[in-house]
Design a protein around this ligand. Structure first.
Ligand SMILES: Cc1cc2nc3c(=O)[nH]c(=O)nc-3n(C[C@H](O)[C@H](O)[C@H](O)COP(=O)(O)O)c2cc1C
Length: 329
């Protein structure tokens, strides 16, 4: 069964891409993911905050007149997930040398500024494409929705200006008009959309009156939000579309592709089940497609987009009342 798909102009052997997460921090685990069948990997994000912190430290060293040889000892070298800009580029180069699948760099930031130059450095380090995550929680009452959108547009425009590799934008679902934002992103040259960012919700500890950050992995229920917007946007954009959030099984991947996804990222499922989950998912997809007499994956790609679905109203408001009425007491 031919599961090939085109994503960001890259030919992928199948639609399953490892999304940005800690599995991308070790060359060995990326080799395992490739061996298990991953078609591409998005490396964990390099954050604007990390880039700016490294730049500040470099400036402090310079103004303190410290010798070059000592400089390395001043730079942050945090343990664990986030490794800082210099090491990020080294890691990217090492991953490129170790695997054949496309490697997508990820930049995460919210303001227009010098940090976006790292997109060029990622390109030079061998990234096949870039994913830009503009994870932003607008807390200021003076900032309008239009300004929030413009910020995303400006960051994407700056990165597009800097690089010649494809650039996708990992979006939040919380925009007033996603189709309009998508249209504007396409107009400035964005090559793809990744839908959607999962916002990590802090909990409240009522005993200690405290806000508790805790990270919960996704469940397949979260896919539905993605399915609707994939179906809506795939009917009106030429950009590549990736699903992220709630894809755990072969059925989930098939649903996302039917709604218009060109690739489907997995993170939680791989953190729970390990890299071999990819191989099992691909086997189950092949079985299902063969059983349903598809000749290849491309045949079903977008078959349930708003433009092609037999019942497109099911994605829209028209179905809302009907659905509420269907609840049986
Ligand atoms: C531990 C962890 C680390 C993550 N790190 C990043 C990151 O660095 N950049 C990013 O854009 N998304 C990051 N994500 C979000 C994932 O890429 C993905 O979008 C999200 O987990 C939803 O997909 P899933 O339902 O398959 O888990 C992270 C998720 C997890 C669980």
């Amino acid at each position: 069964m031919d599961l090939k798909t085109q994503y960001l102009g890259l030919e992928l052997a199948n639609p399953i891409v490892v999304g940005a997460c800690p599995l991308g921090t070790s060359v060995d685990s990326i080799r395992d993911l490739e061996a298990a069948g991953a078609a591409a990997i998005v490396l964990p994000s390099l954050f604007e905050e990390e880039i700016m912190a490294a730049a500040r430290t470099a400036m402090e060293i310079e103004s303190a007149g410290a010798g070059f040889a000592e400089a390395g000892s001043y730079l942050p070298n945090p343990d664990g997930y986030h490794i800082g800009p210099g090491q990020y580029l080294d890691h990217l180069e090492a991953v490129k040398a170790a695997v054949k699948i496309p490697v997508i760099g990820s930049l995460n930031g919210t303001s227009v500024g010098g940090w976006t130059n790292y997109s060029k450095k990622m390109e030079n380090a061998g990234a096949d494409a870039l994913e830009l995550n503009t994870y932003l929680l607008p807390f200021e009452s003076d900032e309008t929705g239009a300004e929030v959108e413009q910020r995303t547009i400006d960051i994407v425009a700056a990165v597009k200006e800097a690089v010649s590799i494809p650039v996708s934008v990992k979006l939040s679902p919380f925009f007033s008009s996603l189709p309009n934002l998508a249209k504007r992103l396409e107009a400035i040259g964005a090559d793809g959309l990744v839908m959607f960012n999962r916002f990590y919700q802090p909990d409240i500890d009522i005993e200690n009156l405290d806000v508790v950050p805790n990270l919960r992995l996704s469940t397949a229920d979260e896919l539905r939000l993605r399915l609707r917007w994939l179906a809506v946007l795939s009917a009106q954009t030429r950009m590549s579309l990736a699903a992220t959030g709630g894809a755990h099984s072969a059925v989930d991947v098939i649903k996302a592709v039917m709604c218009g996804a060109h690739s489907v990222q997995m993170v939680s499922a791989l953190l729970i089940h390990g890299p071999d989950h990819i191989g099992r998912t691909l086997d189950a997809m092949r079985f299902w497609l063969t059983d349903h007499e598809y000749e290849n994956l491309a045949q079903m790609q977008g078959s349930l987009s708003l433009a092609k679905a037999e019942n497109p109203k099911a994605f829209a408001r028209a179905n809302y009342m009907k659905m509420l009425d269907s609840w049986e007491m």
